[in-house]
Ligand binder design. Sequence first.
Ligand SMILES: [Zn+2]
Length: 456
Amino acid sequence: MQTISTYLLERVGLSVEERAGRLQSVNSSFSDWLAQKGVTDPNTAAGEFESETPGGGGRYTREVVDVDGEYAEELILRERANESQEFVTRVCLIGSQDKVSVYASVSASNINTKISPRPTNGRCPAVLRDVIRRHGDWELNDAALPSGKPQHFYDTDGGIEVCRIILSGQRKFPLVLVSQQRGEFVWDALDRKIASDLVGLGYVSTINEEAAKEVSRRLGRKFACFDGAVRIYWPSGGTALDQMASSVWTPERMLESPIHSNAEDRFRSLLRYRVMSAAALSISEPPEISAAFRAQARKRLADLHRTASDSAEAWEIANSLVSDLDAAQRKLVEITAELSMERTRAENAEAQLEYARNNPPANESDAHAGVDDELNDDEAQDDIAPGEVIYYKKIYSTPNHDVMRRRGDCGHNRWTAAHSADKAWKGVEKLEGRDDWQSFHHCDRCDGGGMWKVVW
Ligand SMILES: [Zn+2]
């Protein structure tokens, strides 16, 4: 089992009625979610449903305890992700004194033991989006929860303001800054898409070119973000600039992708992975959840003591306690395994942070360090099927022809027919050893005009 991401939403200072209303509302979000999954009666304690993935399926368990004014609800949903993995989403709702919290974890679990790298393209569970959408006042650690919408900063004043937020020692969430180049983001609506990807986990802000200049002036080149770049500023303990951890992606790196992939999807999933794995290491389960379930077990024992004359009921309760013990035992094994994995990942994350501190990238990225292999692995040219679409990037030019390499789709949608592109035509012909393509288009949005789409 591998935790992909965790979430924690809190709301404190609620009156008795407000607390009851909030618990009710989140509880109905849980039910709506199950109903959307195809569960006919979401209020039953366990059930199954058909999965969107053919041949897959899903099942859930739902448990509520309400003891002495402490409320806890746990919903665990297991869905088959592919033939070797299932996704486990666990959402918990806790009402304790004047506080309501929602905790969620998304994990991937192997169906059969296999030692291989596992793709874990995590997303925020729909149920959590719904809970955040219904109430705009969730917090974590006294900080407003990222709402899923970007905030925009313009010109010098905006630059000053965004620097204040970046440097604030009070900030609890990562901030992702999205800059513009000639009034555009690298992809249309990139800011909104990233903000939605990182709902509950990271703030997303945009800056125009003037604001970006101010950011460079104030933070220096080492922490600048301009010309379409995207940068993560992790929260830091102090306000000293040199203690801040940060990574940046330039448009050039963002647009780079291996063949048969889409650069935009790839970049977004990389960014999600970065923020989600940090969240998985930082947000832990509130102790109130297991406390409430333990309190319930204790209460049932006390009841048993009073009514022990009824042996059938006593047997039933004892039996259910043994099942609880079994479940706890299984969970312990899972958690121990997970802990050793988390420890390794924590060490890796520390090493990465250390590396980032010692090698401050000047509007340049360390982010693709592990991905470059993947780019090179894909270089082997295979046979081209009729009708196949292949993307090419100009690597450099010679006096006669361009030197081309296969690439993934840049993710732009501004292809124009290339009627006179002798050097590009010759480049592709040289690379593929043939020139019988059906169409030859050029991306107007990619910088330098070096991106081509060829239908064979
Ligand atoms: Zn393009």
